[in-house]
Ligand binder design. Structure first.
Ligand code: ZN
Ligand code: ZN
Length: 272
């Protein structure tokens, strides 16, 4: 039985003989159903029409991007540490050339994904790399469309991964939203692997925070303050976002100042 993939958000469902009736992730107010109605594809079809591009971003960091754009259009990252490799976020396509390229870079030992919009084909990625554990926050359990023993739910506010990497739950965009802190990133100054939140703006000196990006639903002041409180203690200079905004999708330096300044501006804007 095929494991159908939602064309709009890229999430893969548990195998079924017929396509699922609906995609709860797209029907949620943070996303949207395909303008022509709910549509499905399969990994085999995707392999015939798309490819992944693996690109070095800095020492020990590689982005993985599907071309042409598929689903939401986010990228994933492979982070190499002295203690093994971590895949941060995920994409819907995994194929033999991608697996070969990543094996050359040392493979994948652990997987962590910021939030359900990027769960995509995470179980396929885990299986391709020996059942690498996938770390998700427990609050997002209802959004897992393909349950699997490789998925490990954690609860609380922080979860250490290998090589000094750390997941921090910030809430906001999703209740169990998690960022990945990479202390060795940005040449040792630290990098924030942010996914969707904070979202890097067209002006890379600004970031933003939304409940829904496609539907422009803001977060409230309490949620914004909580995100900032969780990020502020982390040492980081650079921010890597989920998209190639203006071809890059990074805040190259002074990321902490950018987050604090942007949050302050946001709070002033919604105070009324
Ligand atoms: Zn969907
Ligand atoms: Zn999102």
């Amino acid at each position: 039985m095929p494991a159908y993939i939602c064309v709009t958000c890229g999430v893969q469902f548990a195998p079924t003989s017929e396509p699922p009736a609906r995609c709860p992730i797209c029907e949620d107010e943070r996303q949207y159903v395909h303008p022509d109605g709910q549509q499905w594809t399969t990994l085999d079809a995707l392999r015939a029409s798309h490819k992944n591009v693996v690109k070095k971003e800095e020492e020990n960091l590689y982005s993985i991007n599907t071309e042409p754009k598929f689903g939401i259009g986010q990228r994933a990252f492979l982070i190499r540490t002295g203690a093994g490799n971590v895949l941060w976020d995920c994409v819907g396509l995994i194929d033999d050339p991608t697996i070969a390229k990543i094996k050359e870079l040392g493979g994948i030992d652990e997987i962590a994904i910021s939030h359900p919009h990027y769960y995509t084909a995470m179980v396929e990625w885990s299986r391709a790399f020996g059942g690498a554990p996938i770390h998700l926050h427990d609050a997002e359990r209802p959004w897992v469309m393909r349950p699997d023993p490789c998925i490990h739910f954690w609860s609380g506010e922080e979860r250490a991964l290998r090589g000094g990497l750390k997941l921090v739950r910030t809430g906001g965009h999703f209740e169990g939203y998690q960022i990945l802190h990479w202390p060795a990133g940005a040449g040792g100054k630290g990098a924030l692997m942010a996914g969707d939140q904070p979202q890097i703006c067209m002006d890379p000196k600004q970031v933003s925070f939304m409940y829904s990006y496609p539907n422009y639903i803001p977060l409230n002041a309490t949620q914004i303050r909580r995100v900032v409180e969780r990020l502020d203690p982390l040492p980081f200079d650079r921010i890597y976002g989920a998209f190639f905004v203006r071809g890059k999708g990074i805040v190259p330096t002074q990321g902490k100042e950018v987050v604090l300044r942007s949050a302050d501006r946001y709070l002033r804007a919604i105070r009324g």
